[in-house]
Each structure stands twice: as structure tokens, then as C-alpha cells.
Design a protein around this ligand. Structure first.
Ligand SMILES: C[S@@+](CC[C@H](N)C(=O)[O-])C[C@H]1O[C@@H](n2cnc3c(N)ncnc32)[C@H](O)[C@@H]1O
Length: 462
């Protein structure tokens, strides 16, 4: 049965789409498309297809996205808990796929929760540079943090702030800013009819106002020559070409850039904004033209001549010799070593922190960098988050279970496991528990009994 759409929404869509309106409405009868995006820091497409048996078909406008069949149920596969992929609606993959982020850059995802784009941007950084991932909602920021940590992103500063507070501290700091804006969500109507109930005629105007404030602060945080990508999952002109026209008028230092093409992308419509021709450079994704629900994208650049802001950066840290010796003892067994100049100790807790402005007091954050573990009386206890950045061959002690092994479910529920002699690469001490070669977390092995160190906050229930 076709969903019932609000009358005023239908009327506006008819005006917008003209002859194409029928095709748009018929797209509601098409089956839903399921997408997953692999984590290139942990796995390749071939490894995923071989290890999981999923039938994967590349999503042509992305590099790391694949359509999968509903019956594959990737959320139930152990690879999901190892952070090997993120489940994402195919058109929602476009903003991160079309935003050229390079390792070493400073990147801000201003409306990031629950992390659909932030996990992709973080993976593109490959642990180099910094990803500031922010959301105004505390509960959503918590989900964002977990998704980034499961993905093994080690250089994220996860904040829970209003954009203006961030802009006051990060003025001119970022190479790239992504604004995946809160919006009226008209592109979600087909996938999630519950969104229709939250919609009314005033929603687009309400969100357009919010988007302007977010955009203005996003621009403030860009360095000269930096790029900003704005996206929504709605069709309403006022939230798309409208918001972009507004920011271009407000900030003449911003210029709209073309977005690398895909033949089924549609252009933005100048008449839906202030009439300027460049609005054609925006991208619209329509569900009747592509295998995706709907999205809008605009890529902008701040002029190289815009005034520069100098921000004092936090100085490198100097570790206490005794603590460093204790940690070095643990990392003797690990292929990966931290950059000691970025290791910070707070009480017992040890963090690997990215390079950030020196003055961030007052900013509410959930995590700064990688929580590596705890220093306890002359020993170092590695964290869950550290495990998620490693694979079996990175650490001297590991056990690789096959995806069918029933002990995986028990491990993820926090139970103690029994290992056969020779199953783990060593008989005693810290063991990286893996599905195939991909880590889930830690265990501590004594006499064949593996004490469970999977993080209590992430344990499966039941
Ligand atoms: C479209 S969702 C983001 C989806 C996310 N980028 C992803 O791919 O998973 C928009 C987000 O903006 C957040 N938000 C709403 N108002 C905001 C504001 N003023 N500043 C920052 N974030 C805001 C919402 O809490 C919501 O999580």
C-alpha cells in the first residue's frame, strides 16, 4: 500500500517536478535499496565478500559503498561488531564520497550524529590530522562516539556543542567542514513513513532558519582556501538552493564549486534559490532517477584571500619517564606504536590526542582522541578502543575465531570463554579476540580460560 503524503507536500512537489511528478510518486512502489559502506582502514571489498558471503554490488557514485540483499542481514554478522562496515542509505553516502578529504587534514563534521558521514571522513583521514565530530544532541553524540570507536577512528575530538561555541574556538582552523544539516527529511518519507508524521508545512522554513545559523558558523571555522560541503535529505527548495543562496549573499568570500559528476545526478535549480546560475553546480538526487532516497549537496570554497586567523596550538606533551617505561613494556608486543609526543595522561587514563587549539576550555566534549587504556600500579591495561584500531597480526597475543563460532556471541555478551591449547598465538596474558583477523576486543588468558574484557557498555544483551 502506498504511503499517504501530506497534501501541501504533494502540491509543492507537483509544482517542482512537473512532468516528472508521476515518476517520482511511482518510485514509492519500488523496493527499498539497502547499502553498506566498508571501512577501508580494516577490510577490502574482496575480503568482505569472501569472509561474509554477502552479495555486494558497487554503488556507482561512491568508492566504498555497496548494495546488499536484505537476506544478507549484515547487522547480525560478527563482522558488524568488528567495525568492518557501516549500514547506510545509498544516497546518504554521497556527501562524504564527494568531499575530497586527505590524510593529515583538519576536518569538522558539524552535525555528525550518529556518524554516517563522520565514520567515512575519519576513515579517509587514516588516523592522520584531526576529525572534530560534533552534535548538539547529547544522546546522539554518544551514539556517534560509539560508531567512531567501533570503526577504529583514533584521531577524533567528539564534541556536544552549539555551533557558535565551536566557532569561537576554531575560527579559521579547518581545511574541510561538512554540514549535513538538520532538515525536514522529505527524502526519508519512502524509507521511513514515520517521518511523514513529524512533517508540516512550516517545517522547511523552521529548518532553513537553523541551517543559516549552522552555515554561518561553519564558514567562520574554515581557513582561507578551505572547503565546505552542505547536504540535506530533503527536497524543499528553501532548505537547499534557498539556504545556499543566503550563505553566498551573506559571505561573498564563498564560491560554489562543481561536484564531480555521476550521470544520474541532477543539477540544482537556480529558480529555487536567488536565481544565480551557479546554483546548477549543486547536486540533487531524486529517487525516481537513482537507486537512492533523495539528497541535496552543495560544495563551496572560501577564497584564498579571506583573512587568516592565527590559532595557538596545544604544545606536544612530555611523558613522565616511569609511565613511558610501563607503556613501552606493553607496546613491545604491538606492531603499532603511539606518537609519544601526543600521549596525554589524565589520572589513570591514557589518551592519544590529535593536534587541537590550545584554548578549548568550556567546550563540552565526549572524547579527545584515542582512549588507549589505563595505567595501574606499574602496568598498562589496554582499552576496548585501542583494540578496535588493531588486527590480529598487530599484537603478539591473539585468537582468530571463525564467523560461525558460537563463542563469538558469548564473547560479545561478556562471558568467559574456554580456548583449546594452541588456539591463541600465546598461552598467557593479553589476547586480542578476533573474528577471522578482525578485532572485537581484549581477553586475558590463564590456563585456557579467557577472561572477558569486552567493554561493558557495548555488551550485547540477552
Ligand atoms: C541529518 S542529521 C546528521 C546525520 C549524520 N551526519 C549522519 O550521517 O549520520 C542532523 C543532525 O544535526 C543535529 N543538529 C540539530 N541542530 C543542530 C545544531 N544547531 N548544531 C549542530 N547539530 C545540530 C541533530 O541532532 C542531528 O543529529
Amino acid at each position: 500500500m502506498r504511503v499517504e503524503l501530506p497534501e501541501s507536500f504533494e502540491k509543492r512537489m507537483k509544482e517542482m517536478l512537473g512532468d516528472e511528478y508521476e515518476a517520482y510518486i511511482e518510485s514509492y512502489d519500488n523496493p527499498r535499496q539497502y547499502g553498506l559502506r566498508i571501512n577501508p582502514m580494516k577490510i577490502t571489498e574482496e575480503e568482505l565478500a569472501e569472509g561474509s558471503g554477502f552479495s555486494l554490488e558497487p554503488i556507482p557514485w561512491t568508492k566504498t559503498g555497496y548494495f546488499y540483499k536484505e537476506e544478507n542481514q549484515p547487522a547480525r554478522h560478527p563482522y558488524y561488531s568488528a567495525g568492518l562496515y557501516y549500514l547506510q542509505e545509498p544516497s546518504a553516502m554521497t556527501p562524504a564520497a564527494k568531499f575530497p578529504v586527505k590524510p593529515g587534514e583538519r576536518v569538522l563534521d558539524l552535525c555528525a550524529a550518529p556518524g554516517g558521514k563522520a565514520t567515512a571522513l575519519g576513515a579517509a583521514l587514516q588516523g592522520k590530522g584531526v576529525l572534530v565530530a560534533n552534535d548538539i544532541s547529547n544522546s546522539r553524540a554518544k551514539a556517534l562516539l560509539k560508531n567512531l570507536e567501533v570503526f577504529g577512528i583514533s584521531n577524533a575530538f567528539v564534541t556536544n556543542e552549539v555551533p557558535q561555541n565551536l566557532a569561537d574556538r576554531f575560527e579559521g582552523f579547518f581545511d574541510k567542514v561538512l554540514i549535513d544539516a538538520p532538515c525536514s527529511g522529505e527524502g526519508m518519507f519512502r524509507k521511513d513513513p514515520a517521518v511523514i508524521k513529524t512533517w508540516d508545512e512550516e517545517r522547511p522554513e523552521y529548518f532553513a532558519k537553523l541551517q543559516k545559523d549552522i552555515l554561518k558558523n561553519g564558514v567562520r571555522m574554515l581557513r582561507p582556501g578551505g572547503k565546505l560541503l552542505y547536504s540535506t535529505c530533503t527536497f524543499a527548495p528553501v532548505e537547499n538552493e534557498g539556504s545556499i543562496s543566503w550563505i553566498l549573499n551573506e559571505c561573498p568570500e564563498m564560491e560554489l564549486l562543481p561536484i564531480e559528476g555521476y550521470e544520474e545526478f541532477s543539477e540544482g535549480n537556480p529558480a529555487w534559490g536567488d536565481g544565480r546560475e551557479e546554483l546548477r553546480r549543486c547536486v540533487r538526487i531524486w529517487p525516481h532517477k537513482m537507486k537512492g532516497e533523495g539528497h541535496f549537496l552543495a560544495l563551496m570554497k572560501k577564497s584564498e584571500d579571506a583573512p587568516e586567523t592565527r590559532i595557538k596550538l596545544e604544545a606536544p606533551t612530555r611523558m613522565d619517564k616511569k609511565n613511558k617505561t610501563v607503556m613501552e613494556e606493553f607496546f613491545k608486543d604491538c606492531q603499532w606504536k603511539p606518537d609519544w609526543e601526543r600521549v596525554q595522561i589524565k589520572g589513570e587514563k591514557v589518551y592519544l590526542v590529535p593536534e587541537l587549539p590550545a584554548k578549548l576550555n568550556g567546550i563540552h566534549f565526549l572524547r579527545n582522541g584515542l582512549y588507549m587504556g589505563d595505567l595501574k600500579k606499574n602496568r598498562f591495561e589496554p582499552s576496548q578502543q585501542l583494540a578496535m584500531t588493531l588486527k590480529a597480526s598487530d599484537y603478539a597475543g591473539s585468537v582468530s575465531l571463525s564467523p560461525e563460532d558460537e563463542r563469538i556471541g558469548r564473547y560479545l555478551r561478556g562471558e568467559t570463554l574456554l580456548l583449546e591449547p594452541g588456539e591463541a598465538t600465546r598461552e598467557k596474558g593479553w589476547i586480542l579476540v578476533c573474528v577471522d583477523q578482525y578485532a572485537f576486543g581484549w581477553g586475558k588468558l590463564v590456563n585456557g580460560v579467557l577472561k572477558n574484557k569486552y567493554w561493558s557498555g557495548w555488551r550485547l544483551k540477552g
